[in-house]
Ligand binder design. Structure first.
Ligand code: MN
Length: 346
């Protein structure tokens, strides 16, 4: 299945040959080898496309983040659950500046914010006293839960030197039973994120592929699915995968648990998805059906990069307003009241 790459200090794992046949089969939708044909009736089912959303118009968040609202009008709907919202700031040149760039103090309640830096540096501050700068490949995983006051800027160093800035911010819902937990912050640096190799769909594709250049960074995901435990601790079953595909025209299978919602975002390059191999352009997103245990992907361009967001849907009502995401309108009103009375982030 997936082999861990030693350069990222992953604990030694058994080779594919030593692992159980059940695990070996896991990455194959359909296969051409003799062994796989024997298993045909037990082949893993591919997730198929529900809909493809094209790149939406960009808007500014504060004065620092020029973002594509990737989920468009699907943000905060059950269709995307447990994911709520996804803002992507595509690579953009910023000149050196003395002005702070970003978003000053604002509250959050009821969910988690996840920031991934790809180029440049993001500085995070919150009312729990966490202050941190992340650079390319690093992730900030903030659990707002019952309430936090948050600020997000380009780092002071980056602001003064300027350069290319690229980041993503994702909002992930919490189930009702965790919405009023104490806030929490997980700083996740690049070297702590395990990397696994992408598995080619057919054995005959193997010759063309340098597996060290077709990889998944498992920001969140289970050991059962990926052979390594994702870097982040989550409240519900969630997959967050940073995928790089150097080899175009080769088909890869990415395991995603059956019944999990799955969104495939093309950060750079282009792909085809599913057994029908429908194209998804740069900054587009493919929404997949819940059924199926693997996602079949082929890049149409060299050095394609994707973000895959998946997870078990949270089957609860979503009441979202501004920076608060609760289950009912009354809880939103209470959040507003608590914020106005200075009770949030205490
Ligand atoms: Mn925020």
């Amino acid at each position: 299945m997936f082999a861990a790459l030693s350069r990222h200090q992953i604990a030694a794992r058994p080779t594919a040959a030593k692992r159980s046949p059940r695990l070996l089969r896991k990455a194959y939708c359909s296969a051409s080898t003799a062994e796989s044909n024997k298993m045909a009736s037990k082949n893993k089912k591919c997730k198929e496309i529900r809909e493809i959303l094209r790149a939406p118009p960009r808007h500014w968040v504060g004065n620092g983040f020029h973002v594509f609202p990737v989920f468009h009008n699907r943000a905060f709907t059950k269709e995307m659950s447990p994911w709520l919202m996804f803002d992507y700031a595509a690579p953009k040149e910023f000149k050196p500046s003395y002005e702070r760039r970003g978003v000053g103090q604002h509250p959050h309640r009821g969910f988690e914010t996840i920031t991934i830096a790809f180029n440049g540096e993001v500085e995070h501050g919150d009312s729990c006293g966490n202050r941190d700068v992340i650079g390319p490949g690093d992730v900030q995983w903030m659990t707002a839960a019952r309430g936090i006051i948050h600020e997000e800027f380009h780092s002071t160093d980056f602001q003064q030197t300027g350069g290319t800035f690229e980041m993503a911010q994702l909002w992930l819902n919490l189930p009702a039973k965790h919405k009023m937990d104490a806030p929490k912050y997980q700083p996740i640096v690049a070297k702590d994120i395990p990397v696994v190799e992408l598995k080619v769909t057919k054995e005959s594709d193997n010759e063309k592929v340098d597996s060290s250049k077709n990889t998944i960074r498992v920001i969140a995901g289970s050991k059962e699915t990926y052979g390594v435990e994702g870097a982040a601790t989550t409240h519900t079953p969630v997959e967050l995968l940073d995928v790089r595909i150097a080899s175009p025209a080769v088909s890869f299978d990415v395991p995603i648990p059956d019944g999990h919602n799955t969104m495939v975002f093309v950060r750079r390059g282009g792909i085809t998805v599913g057994t029908e191999q429908k194209p998804v352009e740069q900054q587009g997103v493919a929404l997949m059906h819940l059924g199926g245990e693997v996602l079949r992907i082929a890049a149409t361009e060299k050095d394609t990069e994707l973000l895959i967001l998946a997870g078990e849907p949270i089957d609860e009502p979503i009441a979202a307003r501004g920076p608060f995401v609760m289950n009912t309108h009354e809880e939103i009103m209470q959040a507003n009241k608590d914020f106005m009375n200075g009770l949030m982030g205490q």
